[in-house]
Design a binder for this molecule. Sequence first.
Ligand SMILES: Cc1ncc(COP(=O)(O)O)c(C=O)c1O
Length: 395
Amino acid sequence: MSKPLPPTLRPQTRILKGAGAPAYRGGKAVNPPVVRASTVLFDTVEELTDMRARRHEERLFTYGARGNPTGFALEDVVADLEGGFRTKLFPTGLAAIAMVFTTYLKPGDHVLIADCVYQPVRNFSETFMQQFGIEVSFFNADGRDVAQHARPNTKMLYVECPGSLVYELCDLPALSTLARANDWLLVADNTWGSGLQYRPLTLGADVSVMAATKYLSGHSDVMMGTVTTTEKAWMPLARMTDTFGMNVSPDDAYLVLRGTRTLAARLALHEQHALKITHWLRQRTEVARVFSPALPDHPGHAIWQRDCKGTNGLVSFEFARNDAPMAARFVNQLALFGIGASWGGFESLATISNLVTTRTVTDWSQANPIVRLHIGLEDPEDLIADLEQAFAACG
Ligand SMILES: Cc1ncc(COP(=O)(O)O)c(C=O)c1O
């Protein structure tokens, strides 16, 4: 119970001073509470000063902008999932990625970026990093030409593995050996792997980023990014995140935490449904190629088998005909697939993948239109029937 208020206090003051502390006793809720706070109160000036001085090294609740207990609970779940030291949370996946570049690079440095990164990373490199004197080179997403692009001022190697349109894989342990030999920081976008199917920090990466917007949240109703690091890489990120005032609301942290509870169960179903549709697509005469790292003819299949625990709901395919309007008609014709950005929610989505403008090292100009499907939790037989009627309508 909270301490009784002195009876001399007047009503207006009583309203403000009451209900500051939990007014109940008993058991504990299963989940951590949503702690909404800007100001955080201390008993003494000395305690406030002391905690502020130690807040980067230790997990201390000192001010709403520096993190809150609901977010801390999520950070711990993500750090454990990723096999890392600690995690910071960001308002979007892209904000998390931008903070990683901003933390570890400075003008005069050079960064090597995998050709398969999702387009806004390329945009960030062109419109921000290069403007601030950070040099950028792109390398083949399978990592074969990394050494060729290295420069004396290279400081970071950034991969997205697998890529999120046609799922290119690189040999992360081999790149880690190369990075260590040259003192480069190895950063991986692990949104595809979600910490369950792929764990870059256990394969030699120093930093792993996830768009928790996708599978961790899982319900298409919240935006968030996570950055998890090794102990060695932690302090610069912790300090720069505070410098930028980056944080997430406790309500959003609660939603993502809630999503993580069912991550394994959802991913298992996404994978099962997507594999069924992958094999069905392979039989279709309208389809030239199906892209999934789980297929033996995918160029990254051997690495996927070695480094990943499974796949997810993403599968892409290339039409047999080079007819862009027909591909658009196909997507428009689908009744059960939403048309929209993102993936990782419970629902199925279809988008046309533009590999020509999102890749610069590999040339996709000869490819026919490619559609990326995110296979959701609907009954896969219904999804197959929907795909079938769309193919028939576009025939
Ligand atoms: C691979 C990958 N990384 C990062 C992001 C960025 O996430 P957000 O949409 O939360 O900014 C996305 C979003 O599509 C993505 O596909």
